[in-house]
Each structure stands twice: as C-alpha cells, then as structure tokens.
Design a binder for this molecule. Sequence first.
Ligand code: ADP
Length: 510
Amino acid sequence: MGHRTGMGGFMNAIADLPVDPKVKEYTARRWELLIDGDWVKAKSEQTFQTHNPATGELLAECAQADEVDIDRAVRAARRAFETGPWPAMTATERGRLIWKLGDLVLEHLEEFAELETLDNGKPISVTRAVDVPLTAELFQYMAGWANKLEGNTIPLSVPYTPGAMYHAYTLREPLGVVGQIIPWNFPLLMAAWKLGPALAGGNTVVFKPAEHTPLTALRLGELIMEAGFPKGVVNVVPGPGPIAGEALAAHPDVDKIAFTGSTAVGKRIIGAATGNLKKVTLELGGKSPNVVFADADMDQAIPGAASAIFFNHGQVCSAGSRLYVEDGAFDEVTEGVAEQAKQMKVGPGMDPATEMGPLVAEEQLDRVWDYVESGFAEGARALSGGRKMDGPGYFIEPTVLVDTNPNMKVVREEIFGPVVTAHPFSRENDVLPAANDTIYGLGSGVWTKDLSRAHRMAERLHAGTVWVNCYNVFDAALPFGGYKQSGWGREMGHEVLNLYTQIKSVCMRL
Ligand code: ADP
C-alpha cells in the first residue's frame, strides 16, 4: 500500500472502468424474488439496497423477503417436490439440467465475474479465474452424481424367524425441501456448493443469499429457469438474516437447513431448527493455523503464506490467519510475507491490475479495524499494514502482526479480514498444541520438505482440511468442512451427497 497515498486518484479512475452493458442493465433493474418460477415482489413490497464496496455507492435494489415470502417459497418448493415434473424426472434428466446450468454459467462468465466484483468488491482477475469457473465445475461435478446415487442389497440373518427368507435393500432418497443460507464472501460459488448437491439428490430448494451480495444468486436464478428446471424447484429469496433466514431455519415444512456463515449464527440456526428437528449442516468460522518449518521451500512457502491470508482479503473461513514459523526462519518468513503485503496492489476490484479490493461493507471494515486496534492495544506490532484507508470504499491494508501471544483477541478470534498473526516455535511437538489451541477446526497448512513430518502433522492437526505445501486449494471433488466449532457435515465431494439424501430400508419376506 505504500505506493498509494490517498483515495482520490483511483476514485476518479473507478468511473472509467469499463462495465459490460448487460451488467449495467442488471444493476439498473429492480430485482424481485424468484418464487415458484415467477419473479414476484415481496408481499410487504419492501426492498433493500446493495452497494458497491469500492465506492460505497448504490449498486442495485432488490425485493426483501420476510417470513411471509419464505412461507410462500417453502410451499412452492413443497409442491415442486411432491408433484409436477421434478420427482417424475429420471436421475439422468436431472443431471442434464444441472450440467446445462454449469454450461450457462460458463457462457455468461464475464457478466457473472463483473457482477460479483461490483457487489462483493473482490478483484475481477479472481472472479474470472476462480469464482465463476469453480461454480461451473461444481455444478458439472454434481451433475455426474445425479444418476449414481444408489442403495444396496443386504443379506439378512434374522435369528428369531428361522427358515424365513427375505429380500432386503436400501433406497437412497432425497430429503425433501431444503433451506439454504449463504454468506457474502463467495456469493456465486457458495450458491453452487449448496444447490449442486441438493439438486443432484432430487431435493427442492429455498435459497437465501446474503444481504450484502444478492445479485449473482438472483442472476443464477434466471439461468436456472432458462436451463429448464421446473418451477418451484429452486426459489431465491434475499432478505435479512434475522427475519428471512431465521424464518427459513424455523419453518416446520423445511426438511433440512444448510448454512454457511459465522459460528454465532450457526448456533442460532440449530436452535431455530429444533421445532421440527430438521436436519442441519453448518459450515462456520475458522482461525486456521499455517505452519512453516525451516526446511520448507521458501520460494513457495512465503508467497503461499501471504496468499493463505490475503486471498479474498482474508474473507475466507479457512484463511491461514495464524502463521507459525520455526525458529531460525521466523524473520525471513514474516518479513517476506510483510513484503508481499506491501507489494499487493490494493484498489477497486474492477481494475484488472487489482490484487486486493475493498472489504465487503463498512460494518466489516469497522469490525476488522477494531481487531487491529485491539492487537495494538495488547502489544502486537505491524510489520506491514495496520492502517485503514480514508475516503469512500472499505479499504484496509494487508496486515502482518508480530509480537503476539496466544491470549490476544487477534490470535483467538476470527477476524475475517486481511490480518495475520505470526508466532515463532521451536519444535514440532510445541507447535501442534499451539496450532490446535482454538475452538475452530476448518483449515490448516503445513510447509516442509520432510515427508514423514508432513504426514505426521496431517494426522495430528485437528482440522477438516490440511493443505501441505499449498493452501486454499478447493476442488468440487475434495470434501470441505469443519472439526470442532467450525461446523457439522461436509461440502463437496461425494461426502456431501450423503447429507442431501436419506436411506430407506426395505425388507420383504419371500
Ligand atoms: P457475517 O457475520 O459474515 O455476515 P452471518 O453468519 O451473519 O455472517 O451471515 C451469513 C448468512 O446468515 C447471511 O445470509 C445472513 O443473512 C444469515 N443470517 C444472519 N443472521 C441469521 C439468523 N439469525 N438466522 C438465519 N440466518 C441468518
């Protein structure tokens, strides 16, 4: 950030950044709710605004769902699940629709990338290369599963009916109506993570995007209808978490709620879900350790540790936010990561040269800033960054904090911003308890050339994912999810399909 002294220069430049005419149309229009295949106003006729975090300016206006609209959407999803074309379709036909949705996303890659960048703030280079392609990949990976979800035949040996013969088997069936609530950090990709397996499993969905970033999910809703999904199979209902989200989690006719977001809200979701004991899966917060040993290839480990925390501005639940470095390499690694932070081009996401955009909203900037200030108050020192930018837009410098101790708030709590705390360690057996000393268990990283140590660490880290000599590698085939308070269940891979289907045992006497 040292290269930029104020916001004025690039604020003028934002106005000149080219935007696809279709994207201009999407932001100029008023978005309604997708319920039962139609775009409808909220019953209350309430709307809310979404803003461009690079400028703070109004981006678009959307209908705002409340509990009445959630109920309409759940009824539509129930009808679509029980009757109509969806349950009558073959698994292959369902898979084809999901595959087609992936194709449509790719056909509209540029407009999705721009819409996501404008709504969320992340760099256009990232939305083009990561968010949109991974979304299509996820749909197409899950499309392939639709006709491969099977039960088993099971030999029975019932001891109290001697001589009787049975034919027993299991059917793998959908759960029914699924409610899905996602956050704002990967709005389109999280929609795919949720919708892909739900649809492959034959469920119908009421989907609630985050208030800050509703636009790509709404546009995806249009493509879902264009792909030919029957009405009511997917309903998209943006609205406030405590109203629309809570109503969805509590709704007595929803069979499962799947949530990604903060651990605090995850706990509320569990409470709301108890009324009808709906199934619950949760992908929650993290405070992930990233461990660099002195024997690591530093040409990989240093940029790797920087990207582990600064990718997506640290707004990643698995961000490598606690950096542990073996004695002897501590200065080289922390100064190297700080240097990478200083070199990062921070600016509006629509600028193709931008490497880090604004945080998603002012409240998020305030939250992250409060953490940085608390770190300073508790004695931490910034090797880089540690300042927020004046002016419109929600920019903060990528920050490396040293002189930390394990009790500091910045070390214990999830910051969800571009702030890493660095800690030296002397032995593998010392770093493991430190790395595992957290209520979370989502991601973790290990950088070493020692194969045995890599595998030992992989076994002993209490986290749903261990990345070795890499970080934040996501793939539709690789399960992702949390140990401890980072969540319940897994996303992606074939694991997730178990969480969108249920087993029915059929036992017939012959
Ligand atoms: P963040 O703090 O990162 O915004 P949240 O966990 O608050 O993350 O939000 C993630 C998603 O959860 C959003 O779609 C939000 O609207 C929704 N949400 C927030 N509060 C509730 C709630 N009480 N019940 C259900 N959903 C909620």
